[in-house]
Design a binder for this molecule. Structure first.
Ligand SMILES: [Cu+2]
Length: 139
């Protein structure tokens, strides 16, 4: 009986590992900078498939001089945004960056924008690297 239980456990562990990456980014949108503004916004949905929280502490993109994580808020009736030091994705959960909420602020493009590469770090550890095309504004 004991050996049967052990075999089942190993099977489940192997299956889970094969199917799912620890952290997945989906629905990635990086906006085209507004005319005269050297700034793009980025929106991503993260899924944490592990049983530990994942903390994203910084984001790097070779296409921009700086990337910050921001949070939109309304203070005294005025829409503002502030920088956040980390983005926590709870264990076995998803967090979506979206308009009016948490987002990426990509500042000062280093060249012509076509595809944007984003590296998400926790401290010195690169958690995930993704590429996304720039979303052109429809006129
Ligand atoms: Cu912002």
């Amino acid at each position: 009986m004991r050996s049967v239980a052990l075999i089942v456990c190993l099977f489940v562990a192997a299956c889970g590992g094969a199917e799912q990456a620890p952290l997945i980014a989906s629905d990635i949108v990086v906006t085209e900078p507004l005319p005269g503004r050297h700034m793009s916004a980025g929106y991503v949905s993260f899924t944490n498939n592990t049983s530990d929280a994942i903390n994203i502490t910084h984001v790097v993109s070779p296409e921009f001089e700086a990337v910050e994580m921001h949070e939109s808020l309304v203070e005294d009736g005025v829409a503002k945004m502030r920088r956040i030091e980390e983005l926590v994705i709870p264990a076995n959960s998803s967090v979506s960056l979206q308009r009016g909420g948490k987002h990426l602020m990509l500042m000062r493009p280093t060249g012509a924008l076509d595809t944007v590469s984003l590296g998400f770090y926790s401290g010195d550890t690169l958690l995930l690297n993704v590429n996304a095309p720039i979303s052109r504004r429809s006129n």
